[in-house]
Design a protein around this ligand. Sequence first.
Ligand SMILES: [Zn+2]
Length: 394
Amino acid sequence: MIVRQGFKYRLDTNDAQSARLRVLCGHARFVWNQALALCNEAAQTEGQYVPRYESMAKWVTDWKKDSETEWLKEAYTDNLQQKLKDLDTAWQRYFKKIGNARRPRFKKKGRSRDSIRFVNFHKYCKLEGRRVKLPSGLGWITFCKSRDILGTVKNCTIGFDGGHWFISFQTERQIDQPKHSSRSMVGLDLGVTRFFTLSDGTVKEPASSFKAHQHRLTRAQRALAKKVKFSANWQKQKARINRIHTRIASVRRDYLHKTSTTISKNHAMIVIEDLKVSNMSRSAKGTTENPGTNVAAKSGLNRSILDQGWHEFRRQLTYKQAFRGGEVLAVPAHYTSQTCPVCQHISADNRKTQARFECVECGFSENADLVGAINIKARGHRVLACGESALAAR
Ligand SMILES: [Zn+2]
């Protein structure tokens, strides 16, 4: 099986290299915005149709000949082509409604995350210890090599984020179909007060990286509002806010990786509820015809969901399990929180409070999240044994 993995590091650029990277990002951003404007025009006159990559690539040739934009000749062509391919992909994702794909938007200098990609790494770039050689006048750049790069580097992306340049190497490697070292099966219940509870009783508290930094963020945002828009102090404050966002994201990423790795190492089969997280976090407000109920409570819950990154957690569990030869099994979520694991009695009354489960039929009492995890595991067993479907699971 072929494993594709990204390895991201902070770059240690000198002034000349930083300046060159800003120029290259500027070229790429210009091409994205120009092409996007033409696509938007085409979409207006020809309905949903926008030109594909092959047509966009020809525009670049024209722009290089045009006296007003001939400075594009200085650009690194591969970077521009990759940007247009990204734009093409963004349109296709938008039209096919993949994930939560939004309509492509213009990139604003200093406000959108700038990045450029170098392809054909083996041909134009070089990796040596903790430094990388890049084309287009960049030369050797050292990076903070916090871990080894596994596999063959296919391409790399350089981006500016939170005041620093980062490089991400995309690699590929062939590994034997793995066999999970454990034979254990576990049910996993994701929650708000507890990040997750396992059917074996393991509990993990939430990262609350957002809450911990929220105070700083709110204060910084309030300070920004008082400054004159686009002034030097405003720009400085804006950069400060970006750094806090970057910090929050990195704490969260670290937390999610550590927890997903531990579960994936210990259990061959992880049973989870098939919650539609994206629906949960989007639907609180509702629509004008069908306004949402209990909006305040839900948006609080939604913030917790987003804060804790359930989507990302599930994605990590899935690829880590595949990597180890384990599996993630998603089962329907009906009544997993209301079913008594002892006598199977289903009732909303079993769950009088958020935290406690108390069976009205047999009197069995336990932490509600743990009961959820036990029921999820039991459902996993039934799905595996007899192919119990979403309907039969009631
Ligand atoms: Zn019971």
